[in-house]
Design a protein around this ligand. Structure first.
Ligand SMILES: Cc1ncc(COP(=O)(O)O)c(C=O)c1O
Length: 382
């Protein structure tokens, strides 16, 4: 049997949406994009949404819109995908890494508190694997009199809720990824949501070079309007050719989440009695179940990846701790044990297949290999 790491749920039937866009004059950010943005506002109960061509470009545009740059610090987890820290570097600010909770792998208010300095301008909490950080509690520890923005990294957490609240409720902005393997996807893409109309206006410009009017607005009523540029921007808008694939997926995402939850719970109940560990799921939350990470230990991880490969099971490493990667360790003189939980997890983890279309016999086969081969490779002290 061959079980891929991921199989998307889009079908050739979706090409009808692309054909509809091709009938209109606007291939890029036009009416379909606006419809999707309204749909996102409804789903997340926020006043503003902006589609972007990736989480990464959306985050760069958001940091630019917040005037964050050289001399500023942004707190980010060490345990996340590199993009979370890279966007801070890309605007010339300094990413300040913090460790994570050993059970959930989420950053906590206590860990953030110790890293705040007078240069801190933002915090980017990551809702790792689909489980949300407590954003309300994080907001409460921001020193009064200091403006520190919270930008939620929601690349893994479209459907998630914490205390019944979706992303975007307590933060300045929340950013999503619609990359090929995400729970909602159009191949490449993303979205920024916010309840701050001023920030939204700045983001509207920073995703389009800093121009004061987008293409659709420049040609309103057949009359060309000049645009200005007051702030630096980048190019991060999402074409309608891709945005048109999103409405169906957004309206059905919670149905697919039920399937993701069943798959994840089956992994948990099947692996609980083995030596394989996985993050704790908090009670009373909605988990997006984007990825299913397991910890097999640093001396077993590469052998486990090899065994999974030989068994034709797709697996990836999400993630090695960012502070151990050459660019960051040498630039900021970081030692491996500076962030022990992130290092321990990053050295010993891998992710196994989790997608709504996985067949029962495929998941059973993955579990069989994990329990009978991988679990037995793990020593007692890992
Ligand atoms: C936690 C996290 N943040 C950011 C990103 C970047 O998303 P994108 O590929 O849309 O730029 C990813 C992508 O996988 C991610 O996992």
């Amino acid at each position: 049997m061959n079980v891929p790491f991921y199989r998307h749920s889009l079908t050739p039937d979706n090409s009808k949406y692309v054909a509809e866009v091709l009938k209109t004059p606007f291939l890029t950010s036009g009416p379909i994009g606006k419809e999707v943005e309204a749909q996102l506002c409804g789903y997340f109960n926020v006043s503003h949404a902006k589609l972007v061509n990736s989480w990464t470009n959306g985050a760069v545009a958001t940091l630019l819109a917040m005037d964050i740059g050289p001399g500023d610090e942004v707190i980010v987890p060490a345990m996340t995908f590199i993009a979370t820290a890279n966007v801070v570097e890309l605007v010339g600010a300094k990413p300040v890494f913090i460790d994570c909770d050993p059970d959930t792998l989420l950053i906590t208010p206590e860990l953030i508190k110790d890293a705040i300095t007078e240069k801190t301008k933002a915090i980017i909490p990551v809702h790792m694997y689909g489980q949300m950080c407590d954003i309300k509690a994080i907001k409460e520890i921001i020193p009064s009199g200091q403006k520190i923005a919270i930008i939620e990294d929601c690349a893994h957490s479209f459907e998630a809720k914490f205390n019944g609240k979706r992303p975007g409720k307590y933060s300045d902005a929340a950013i999503f990824s619609f990359y090929a393997t995400k729970n909602v996807t159009c191949g490449e893409g993303g979205a920024i949501i916010t309840n701050d109309p001023n920030l939204y206006d700045r983001i509207t410009q920073s995703i389009l070079h800093g121009m004061s009017a987008g293409a659709a607005d420049r040609f309103k009523a057949g009359q060309y309007k000049h645009w200005g540029m007051d702030h630096l921007g980048t190019k991060a808008n999402l074409p309608d050719l891709l945005a048109c694939l999103l409405p169906d997926q957004i309206s059905s995402v919670d149905l697919r989440l039920k399937i993701r939850e069943e798959i994840a719970q089956k992994y948990e109940s099947s692996l609980r009695s083995s030596k394989i560990k996985f993050p704790k799921v908090l009670s009373g939350i909605v988990h997006s179940r984007h990825l299913f990470p397991i910890h097999v230990g640093h001396s077993t991880r590469d052998k486990a990846l090899q065994t999974l490969g030989e068994s034709n099971i797709g697996a990836t490493v999400n993630y090695r701790s960012i502070h151990t990667l050459n660019f960051y360790s040498s630039k900021y003189n970081l030692a491996k044990n500076d962030f022990p939980v992130s290092q321990y997890w990053g050295d010993g983890t891998l992710c196994i297949p989790l997608f709504p279309g996985i067949k029962t016999e495929e998941q059973d086969y993955v579990i069989e290999v994990l329990v009978n081969k991988i679990g037995k490779m793990i020593g007692d002290n890992q």
